[in-house]
Ligand binder design. Structure first.
Ligand SMILES: Cc1cc2nc3c(=O)[nH]c(=O)nc-3n(C[C@H](O)[C@H](O)[C@H](O)COP(=O)(O)OP(=O)(O)OC[C@H]3O[C@@H](n4cnc5c(N)ncnc54)[C@H](O)[C@@H]3O)c2cc1C
Length: 540
């Protein structure tokens, strides 16, 4: 197998990987740093996806003079996290976010401003206007600037490589990873590895994630002995199903009071609202909260859309009809100009025709357990960004994922550089043999089936029967030799087991059979690999 040698391997080229690579090389220029990116650097990952009107990054600058500060930010995270956000990580995020964003500004990121003053907006789960944007391309802009700096510093970038697994040396320390470029395996030997592979929306039939987000980072970290936390919590929200584009239904669209109908032309929202709660009130709440969460009564809208589909009253695309033809083109251009234009370009004029929308998986709150420096507890292994867990809890304030990539990308990059500098020799390994069985037609069918069954049972509505169905499905295929299928089964198992164990509803986790939040469940679920290879769960 071809071997490439370096000191630090960063896996992933989103906002977290870019920041970690930049900081590692800046701190220790003598180290050889390689970034391995599935897809293109600057065009892969959620960071670079333009699927929403505005992509916010939170920092409590108080530019809008509404009394924001790090203490208020910290409290928002803890409240929205519903008791499951890590206080230590949240404190760091609250205290260091302004500094990290100031550094981005100094490097050339130009945030949206009015009359020379940066604008901040209030997103869901935030009590203050805290989010800075570059329209819908905030993440792309951050990576553009970091990429330029990374190249100047001399970080090497390997694109179009899929890292498949970590390699451990004679002393049990991580000493690199094996990846696949085309049909060629490559071993990248390193003193330390930072996993920054983002989320795993692609394991669900309906999602707004780019192709490369299949959760490889979680699987390799789990196999290497890292622990995962809060895996049952991830964000799901409404997005456009027809026309066929990847674009979320931005919160403010609900202020237009859309008419929601199923395939039989029935308006259905009323049916899901308990006595005393009007559909119009639910829409007002939805306008303040994009993701599904049991935190607010906006949840009835998400549940309604999801149930109409799963109970067979959805459209062929898996959605329901969303109709704002009662709103004039002028008003649409005034209130929702970007959504209007994007849909128009895709062939749908919102002023004249209805579109189809449905529930999609957007991003993950849980992931690899890290300490305050991105260390995973497995020697030589660090992680940053959406692939990590702990800072977000059961739910998170909108705008917190991007700032997480910068604050903890910074810390993980520096910590792994210090670690790599302190090591005299790379852990040795006898022989790199990687058993890669090629994917078969049956494997492909299993993957397709898993995407359907995971979407149906692991997303908006969960219950014991559905979760047990998922686990039975996984058991019937467990042990398949191909690593891609193995990963899909493992990921389903991690989520289903945690969701089954949590017999309550909290944040983004809704158990139809346990609809109330139970204070006794203010505990986090940790998952690690048991001796038999199955996920073993513990409470923290
Ligand atoms: C539609 C949408 C809207 C969002 N809106 C917001 C918002 O307003 N505010 C906010 O804070 N967050 C938002 N988020 C979430 C946020 O964008 C992400 O959490 C964040 O960008 C993740 O950054 P990351 O660097 O951790 O991962 P990503 O940007 O996803 O990057 C992951 C990288 O890892 C690579 N990779 C994956 N697997 C492998 C492998 N096996 N080998 C090599 N490379 C691999 C990918 O190709 C990619 O380069 C949104 C997400 C979506 C999808």
């Amino acid at each position: 197998m071809e071997k490439i040698d370096c000191d630090i391997l960063i896996v992933g080229g989103g906002a977290a990987g870019s920041r970690a690579a930049y900081e590692a090389k800046k701190l220790c220029p003598e180290l050889k740093v390689i970034m391995a990116v599935r897809g293109g650097f600057g065009s892969s990952g959620s960071t670079n996806l333009m699927a929403s009107e505005s992509l916010g990054i939170n920092a409590p600058f108080n530019f809008m003079d509404d009394g924001d500060n790090s203490e208020v930010f910290y409290k928002d995270m803890m409240d929205t996290g519903a008791g499951l956000a890590d206080p230590n990580l949240c404190r760091i995020l609250a205290n260091e976010s302004c500094k990290r964003v100031e550094e981005l500004i100094a490097l050339g990121v130009k945030f949206d401003s009015r009359d020379g003053k940066i604008i901040q907006r209030k997103l869901s789960g935030c009590t203050k206007a805290r989010s800075l944007t570059c329209g819908g391309s905030t993440g792309r802009e951050i990576v553009r600037v970091l990429k330029r700096e990374i190249k100047k510093l001399g970080v090497e970038v390997v694109e179009d490589i899929r890292i498949l697994d970590l390699v451990k040396g004679d002393n049990g320390k991580v000493c690199g990873a094996v990846g696949l470029i085309g049909e060629k395996f490559i071993y990248i030997q390193a003193k330390a590895v930072v996993i920054a592979t983002g989320g795993a929306g692609r394991i669900f039939k309906y999602n707004v994630n780019p192709l490369s987000l299949e959760g490889d980072g979680w699987c390799m970290a789990y196999r290497a002995g890292a622990r995962l936390i809060n895996m049952e919590f991830f964000q799901i929200g409404p997005a456009v199903f027809k026309p066929n584009i990847m674009f979320i239904i931005h919160s403010h669209m609900w202020r237009l009071k859309p008419r929601l109908t199923n395939v039989y032309g029935e308006e259905f929202l009323n049916k899901y609202c308990p006595l005393g709660i009007e559909p119009s009130e639910v829409m007002v709440l939805k306008a303040m909260s994009y993701p599904f969460s049991v935190r607010t009564d906006a949840k009835y809208l998400d549940i309604a859309i999801f149930k109409e589909f799963t109970e067979g009253r959805g459209t062929d695309t898996g959605g329901v009809y969303f109709d704002v033809t009662h709103v004039s083109q002028e008003t649409l251009l005034d209130k929702a100009p970007i959504t209007y234009q994007i849909l128009k370009q895709a062939g749908a004029d919102l002023a004249k025709e209805r579109i189809e929308i449905g529930m999609v998986v957007q991003n993950f709150n849980g992931g690899i357990l890290i300490d305050s420096n991105g260390y995973t507890g497995v020697e030589g292994l660090f992680a940053a960004g959406e692939v990590t867990g702990g800072v977000h809890g059961a739910d998170r304030p909108g705008g917190n994922n991007l700032i997480d990539t910068q604050v903890f990308g910074y810390r993980a990059g520096r910590a792994c550089a210090e670690y790599a500098s302190s090591i005299e020799r790379k852990p040795q390994i006898e022989d790199i043999s990687f058993n890669f069985s090629t994917i078969t037609k049956e494997d492909e069918l299993i993957i397709k089936k898993s995407e359907e069954i995971y979407y149906k049972n692991l997303t908006v509505i969960r219950n014991r029967l559905g979760l047990e169905d998922v686990l039975r499905f996984i058991d019937s295929y467990w042990g398949r030799p191909n690593i891609v299928v193995q990963n899909r089964l493992l990921l389903g198992s991690l989520i289903a087991r945690a969701a089954l164990m949590r017999e309550e509803s909290r944040g983004t986790h809704y158990r139809e059979d346990f609809p109330k939040t139970n204070p006794l469940w203010t505990k986090r679920i940790l998952i690690l690999k048991s001796e038999k290879g199955y996920p073993s769960l513990e409470l923290l």
